[in-house]
Design a binder for this molecule. Structure first.
Ligand code: MRU
Length: 345
């Protein structure tokens, strides 16, 4: 059940990333030798998807510690990494966790410190894969036999350290023989659905069709979608979910037509510190992502562009949030607090 590709791997003291800017037409790898390479790879979306960003940043912290012995310069390298992309909390979460290990081992000698940091980065990566497999098993329970599923953006092996979140649930249901069918939104402007999810669906041999984002409303209204399953980049303490631009609109339509709507995230994507989605910083990206499709310009250079990469779905529109520790149902605030206290749902 494992894929033939991985988004990230650490070998020979380099973070090797499958370059997601060019898939599926070009399969190339980027070798990050230092933390600045990792920061660039995250910012330019060589690697993307909340958990994959987190795991990459963890190796970035290890590389920063190798490059900088001095405390002040190391800490400013961490700050630099943390600012690569603002919305997915996994980035800050992984850096904070690595910083904790650095604090604990910084007086224990350089070799010990570096070994401890590398161990932790490996563990963050391994934990993410384990969490994805677990949430997929849990999430598959909400997928009825013969279901037609709508998904958005890319939430598979490419978006994580391996396997996937929402696409993990979909793959699990497929491998359980549930005879599912998937509609994948192309996901303008970066086309993660068309370029990445479609590629993963083809690789996994899951029956699927790619649709323009604006076709989803008609499919939902016409009763052709049984459930919507997608990912999340940051979940607030009240259950509001920031995810790829377009998620909010899908949630409104799904709610209007009574279609169950699930977000699938590891617990590392929950930001227990923010009360609701209005506190989530939403990344705005370069205008060229909208004026161009790939290398081809499709709009006049002079036009102004608004290009938020994410939007926030209010918890009222969400049926459940699937995690590796169970499914969070309403009341979300209460149940997220139970999760924070370490209870299993
Ligand atoms: O801009 P991206 O491609 O990093 O956005 C990715 C998403 O929005 C995903 O849905 C989310 O990170 C979950 S990935 C398991």
């Amino acid at each position: 059940m494992d894929e033939s590709f991985v988004a990230l791997i650490f070998q020979d003291e380099e973070l090797v990333l499958l370059d997601q800017r060019f898939l599926p037409t070009r399969v190339e790898y980027v070798h990050c030798k230092g933390y600045k390479d990792v920061e660039f790879a995250i910012r330019d979306m060589v690697v993307r998807g909340a958990p994959a960003i987190g795991a990459s940043a963890a190796y970035g912290v290890y590389l920063a510690a190798k490059e900088h012995d001095g405390e002040a310069v190391f800490l400013s390298a961490l700050e630099f990494l943390a600012n690569a992309r603002p919305t997915a909390v996994n980035l800050a979460w992984a850096i904070k966790r690595m910083k904790g290990v650095w604090q604990e081992h910084k007086e224990s000698g350089r070799d010990n410190l570096l070994a401890a940091l590398l161990r932790e980065a490996d563990e963050i990566r391994a934990e993410d894969i384990r969490a994805n497999k677990e949430m997929s098993r849990i999430g598959s329970r909400v997928v009825p036999h013969g279901a037609t599923i709508l998904t958005h953006c890319n939430t598979g092996a490419l978006a994580t350290a391996g396997w996937g979140t929402a696409l993990g649930v979909i793959k699990q249901a497929h491998w359980e023989g549930k005879e599912i069918f998937v509609y994948a939104d192309e996901t303008r402007p970066r086309l993660q659905g068309a370029r990445l999810t479609a590629w993963e669906l083809v690789e996994a041999k899951i029956p699927a069709k790619l649709i323009a984002d604006s076709a989803a409303a008609t499919l939902i209204r016409d009763g052709r979608i049984d459930l919507v399953i997608l990912g999340g980049d940051r979940v607030a303490a009240n259950g509001d979910v920031a995810n790829k631009l377009g998620t909010f609109a899908l949630s409104v339509i799904a709610k209007a037509y009574g279609v169950p709507f699930y977000s699938v995230v590891p617990v590392s994507t929950i930001d227990f510190a923010i009360p609701d989605g209005s506190h989530i910083p939403i990344e705005e990206r370069d205008k060229s992502e909208v004026t161009h499709v790939g290398e081809t310009q499709v709009a006049p250079s002079e036009i102004g562009v608004y290009n938020p990469a994410f939007d926030v779905t209010p918890h009222q529109n969400i049926t459940g949030i699937i995690t590796e520790r169970g499914i969070i149902y309403p009341p979300f605030g209460e149940n997220i607090e139970r999760l924070r206290r370490g209870e299993t749902l």
